[in-house]
Design a protein around this ligand. Sequence first.
Ligand code: PRP
Ligand code: ADE
Length: 177
Amino acid sequence: SRVNRLDLILQHVRNVPDFPVQGIVFKDICPILKEPKALAAVIDLFEEHVRQKHPHTELIVGLEARGFLFGPLLAQRLGIGFILVRKKGKLPGPTVSVGYTLEYAKAEAEIQADAVQPGQKVLLIDDLLATGGTLHAACELLKMQKAEILGCLVVIELKDLSGAEKLPVPVFSLLQC
Ligand code: PRP
Ligand code: ADE
């Protein structure tokens, strides 16, 4: 059932106090990847959501680094493509980039200039939504390319930080912490 799957996922998230800096409780999703049933539960629930709510999705956009762990599995399930938003300086060829701030750092996000065609329907995916800085930056990149952004998918949403309010599209989260 849905509740059993969510419970299994929750059991495989580890809280690590004071990482990477003092005062942050880091949500470590590595145990999910180590347990195939938990990973399958994540992909099952995302697949169900996308088939019900966004059946015309054309591309899954994964955010470095942990969006890369779930995104390609989901895209394969759906029979659609996967593209990458990376930290600046990693992608070859013409790119566009944007700076942003996240819960415990600053960074620049980048996408290949030809990754999305104007009007293509995309869903973004990452492991976790905290302040929303990272997903917001990725949305900015996709808007520059005139993609049609349908929504964002995350395993964990840190509700207290209100990251979803910063985003231009709905967020679907499996766990709200
Ligand atoms: C983490 C996480 C999200 C982001 C969320 O990535 O995986 O991408 O922070 O924070 P925000 O909502 O405040 O922007 P991070 O850049 O720390 O590292 P990674 O490259 O290991 O994914
Ligand atoms: N990214 C931003 N905040 C985070 C947190 N508390 N745990 C894991 N990843 C994060």
